[in-house]
Design a protein around this ligand. Structure first.
Ligand code: PLP
Length: 399
C-alpha cells in the first residue's frame, strides 16, 4: 500500500499522466531574464518569435500570446468574426476552441469527427455550413494532421476563413509541410504545461498575412499602437502613445519566452523521444483488446507529433473504460480522457442544441477512450510499467 492514497495498491511511485521537460538550460535562461531587469514582453519575446518563425521557415509571421486561447480569440477577431456569425468547430476538442467564438458574440457550430482519426473531416465541415458560417477551426487531434487540402478546398468553395487549432500539432507535418505553413488564414500553437513544448502558459499565432499579424499584435496589448518595449527603452522621450482599439491584455512575458527559446532548441529531440514511445506502445500493446491510435499514412509525407497517445477499448475487452482508468490509478499510473466531446458539456449543449446522436463517431469513441502517459521525461521502465499494468488488468491478474 502507498501511504498517500489508500486506493493506490502499488509501492512504485505514482507515474503522472504528463510532466513538462524543463532542463538546466531553461532555468539558466529564466534566471538571466530575471537578472536582466526586463521581465515583461521585450527582447526575449522578440527572440522567441523570431526563432519560432525560423523553425517554421518561409515567409511566416509569428505573434506570441499568453495562451493559445488568446491566439484563437485574436485570430478570429482579426478576421472580423462577430455577432450573428457561425464558426464550425469539431466536437472532439477542448472547450477553448469553441469558447473563443462566443467571446466575439458568434456561435460555434459543432461537427462530428472521423471515426478513426478523430479529426474534423471535409464532409463533416461541409455538412455544418449554413448561410451564417464565416469560418472553421480544424483541430489536429493528438498531433495527427487533419486532411487540410480537403478542408481548405471546402473553405475556398464557400468563401470561409480557416484558423487551425494546432495546440497538439507542433511539430506536425502535413504532406511534407509543417503545420503553421499551410494556406489557412492563421495557425495557433499552445505552450501549456503538458503540450509538446511549454512556456508554462503561452501560445503562438503563425500567419502569412502581415495585416492579420499586425492586428493581433495591436490587440494583444490594449490596442496601443506602439509597443511597451520600444516606449520604455527609447533614448528620446517617448511618453506618447495612442490607443486605437479596445484591445486585450494577452502579451507573453520575457520570463515565459526565456523558457520557450530553450524548449524550441530541444523540440526535434523531444519529437524523436515521443515517436519512440509511440512506436514502443504500438509494439507492446499488440494483442491486447485495444484499438491503437491512427498514425499518418506511410509515404504520405505527413507526421504525427504524438502529443497524446489515445487508445480505445475494443468490444471484446473484459473491462469498461471508467473501471480501467480506476484500476490503472490503483496501480500508480495516471491517465486522462481527451476529450469529453463538447456537445456533452452543459454550456455547449445549451448553445448548440444538438442531440448526442448527431455525433455518432465522437459518442462511440468517447465512451471507450483513454490517453496513456507519453512524455519525454518518461523512462523505458516507466513505459514498461504502463504496458505491464494493462496486460495484468486484461488478464485478470491485477486484483
Ligand atoms: C490546450 C488546448 C488549447 C488551449 O491552449 P492554451 O494555451 O491552454 O490556451 C486549445 N485547443 C486544444 C485542442 C488544446 O488541447
Amino acid at each position: 500500500m502507498n501511504d498517500r492514497d489508500p486506493l493506490i495498491t502499488t509501492t512504485a511511485p505514482f507515474l503522472p499522466f504528463a510532466l513538462p521537460d524543463i532542463g538546466e538550460e531553461e532555468i539558466a535562461e529564466v534566471v538571466a531574464c530575471l537578472r536582466s531587469g526586463w521581465v515583461t514582453t521585450g527582447p526575449k519575446t522578440r527572440q522567441f518569435e523570431a526563432d519560432f518563425a525560423a523553425y517554421l521557415g518561409g515567409d511566416i509571421e509569428t505573434v506570441s500570446l499568453n495562451s493559445a486561447t488568446a491566439g484563437l480569440h485574436l485570430a478570429l477577431e482579426a478576421l472580423g468574426i462577430g455577432p450573428g456569425d457561425e464558426v464550425v468547430v469539431p466536437t472532439m476538442t477542448f472547450t477553448a476552441t469553441a469558447e473563443v467564438v462566443r467571446y466575439l458574440g458568434a456561435t460555434p457550430v459543432l461537427a462530428d469527427v472521423d471515426p478513426v482519426t478523430l479529426n474534423l473531416t471535409a464532409a463533416g465541415f461541409e455538412a455544418a455550413i449554413t448561410p451564417r458560417t464565416k469560418a472553421v477551426i480544424p483541430v489536429h487531434y493528438a498531433g495527427l494532421p487533419c486532411d487540410m487540402d480537403a478542408i481548405l478546398a471546402v473553405a475556398a468553395t464557400h468563401g470561409l476563413r480557416v484558423v487551425e487549432d494546432a495546440a497538439h500539432a507542433f511539430p506536425t507535418l502535413y504532406k511534407s509541410r509543417l503545420i503553421g505553413t499551410l494556406a489557412s488564414d492563421a495557425t495557433v500553437f499552445s505552450f501549456y504545461a503538458n503540450k509538446t513544448m511549454t512556456t508554462g502558459e503561452g501560445g503562438m499565432v503563425a500567419t502569412r498575412d502581415p495585416a492579420l499579424a499586425a492586428r493581433i499584435r495591436l490587440m494583444r496589448i490594449h490596442g496601443i499602437r506602439q509597443d511597451a518595449f520600444a516606449r520604455y527603452t527609447a533614448t528620446t522621450p517617448a511618453w506618447f502613445y495612442e490607443v486605437v482599439a479596445a484591445g486585450f491584455k494577452y502579451n507573453l512575458t520575457d520570463i515565459a519566452s526565456a523558457i520557450g527559446v530553450q524548449q524550441l532548441r530541444k523540440i526535434d529531440r523531444f519529437l524523436l523521444r515521443r515517436q519512440q514511445l509511440a512506436a514502443n506502445y504500438a509494439d507492446a500493446l499488440h494483442g491486447l483488446p485495444l484499438q491503437l491510435p491512427a498514425d499518418a499514412a506511410p509515404d504520405s509525407g505527413s507526421r504525427h507529433a504524438w502529443h497524446l497517445y489515445v487508445v480505445r477499448l475494443r468490444p471484446d475487452a473484459s473491462i469498461e473504460r471508467d473501471a480501467l482508468i480506476a484500476r490503472l490509478c490503483q496501480l500508480g499510473i495516471g491517465t486522462s480522457v481527451h476529450f469529453i466531446p463538447l456537445h456533452r458539456h452543459p454550456v455547449w449543449r445549451e448553445t448548440c442544441r444538438r442531440a448526442d446522436a448527431e455525433f455518432p463517431a465522437a459518442e462511440a469513441s468517447f465512451s471507450t477512450m483513454l490517453s496513456l502517459p507519453l512524455y519525454t521525461r518518461m523512462s523505458d521502465d516507466d513505459q514498461h510499467r504502463v504496458v505491464q499494468a494493462l496486460r495484468d488488468i486484461f488478464a485478470g491478474r491485477a486484483t
